[in-house]
Design a protein around this ligand. Sequence first.
Ligand code: GDP
Length: 282
Amino acid sequence: GVPIALHIFFFQAVASPPSSNFLLLGPSGAGKTAFTTLLETKSSLASNKSHSTHTSQQSTLVTVTLPPTVPTGSNRYRSDNDPSLKEAIRNPIKYRVRDTPGHGKLRVSQGISELQTMSQSKDIKTRLRGVVFMVDTAALVDEATLRDTATYLHDVLLFLQKRAKNGSSSKRTTDVPVLVAANKQDLFTALPPGAVKEKLEAEIDRIRKSKTKGLLDASADIGLEDEEEILGNDEQETFSFKLLEHEVGVKVDVIGGAVKGDLQEEFGSGVRRWEEWVGMCL
Ligand code: GDP
């Protein structure tokens, strides 16, 4: 017969499909490196493997596992006795997260070019499944930080909007949803996720308005046609993530969590709702 080790190898090769990719973006200091490290630690605890440590200086791609109790979009457990839950425990679902360094002015262009590269993959098994845009919810009260964060998010969403428009009619397969991971909810100065959503929407609205105005001025000056797209299309409406979903089909969820702090250390649950979002994309 076939040696047992080989059996195991084949079982794993067949049973766990190639990983799905997620891109982690956001301003520096938001907690991206801490989040990646936490996911790796959780995964290595589950599989008894050691994990590497990294700094926020370079882009890293890590393969991590989804906790078996987190349902996936294609697989929602009805009960603890559900056979698919047992299968998930035996053979945890893996996914990959690419962390992008977030320093200085380079940050946005690096993040966007990573987004470009990853979203061009035609292979259904390696294509980009979602973008996690991480924000420090205790830092958003600062006007400059808010403006900076919203500008970055605006550019990411505009990229996804253009991509959605140029996509083929088989839209479902090309959709890339965005999770705004409202991090550091453990801090008492943190804005709750609802307020984070409102602030980001209002700031993006302002950015949109000043862009439209700039374009009008420019086209008045040199008689150019207005070719630049406006995020969410309908410039008469105030910007909201709902408008974006409705007009363009790009879905944005704002969900609170904490990579560090008591919540995380006591229950390991500060990132649970983000993992559930990841699961829904799979
Ligand atoms: P990056 O630049 O986005 O990679 O951010 P880092 O992962 O380097 O995190 C920046 C700082 O925020 C570090 O000191 C982290 O320990 C801290 N941090 C990350 N997540 C949390 C959190 O959920 N709560 C608190 N209180 N601090 C956090």
